[in-house]
Design a protein around this ligand. Sequence first.
Ligand code: COA
Length: 184
Amino acid sequence: MPYGRVLIRRAANEDVSLIADIGARLFKDTFGQDNPPEDMACYLASSFSKTKIKAELEDLATTFLLAYEAENPIGYAKLRESQNPDCVTGPKPIQLVRLYLDHGVIGKGYGSRLIRACFEEAASAGFQTIWLGVWEKNNRALKFYQKWGFVAVGRHDFILGNRIQNDLIMERSAILTTKFLDCT
Ligand SMILES: CC(C)(COP(=O)(O)OP(=O)(O)OC[C@H]1O[C@@H](n2cnc3c(N)ncnc32)[C@H](O)[C@@H]1OP(=O)(O)O)[C@@H](O)C(=O)NCCC(=O)NCCS
């Protein structure tokens, strides 16, 4: 296949170290240049500690999906049933908390594979709407989510260390609609 193969699996409790490592690395790769190192270090320490990831893996409301190219982990997604913001109005919503690929594989269509897996995972658990927060200046991600049928419905603060950033809240209902599943 021209772009190799991506395999996606649901994470298990034994994946604590893998998720803590890839989560911190890809977050820093994506946003490190836009934030002071001390703010980034503070955020990484609180969000990707093994203690925190272990608790999330054990939490039935949270699901991690891991993506592999050959045998190499190259990305992950995190879905969580959580308190929904008032602006999210679609039926049976779940939050897509994280969607990250290694920068070496961005632009190969793997992001589309991963978000399709999220739709299928959410739908199989009975959810009908996915919502997410995305930094207003993350143009690649904004374009990607728009391509996948997400629309902006509101905003919220995203705290990174001592900084407050403006995140757009986007949602997509009817997550298994064929029109958008043809995007790959
Ligand atoms: C968001 C993210 C997962 C999307 O992944 P991606 O690789 O950029 O997106 P896609 O899978 O749609 O691939 C993008 C391009 O690859 C190209 N492509 C190459 N081969 C392809 C294939 N086999 N199938 C589909 N697209 C393919 C397409 O041209 C597509 O561009 P287009 O939409 O302009 O046509 C990725 O950009 C990422 O990890 N970004 C950094 C982390 C981040 O910002 N996460 C979001 C935080 S809210």
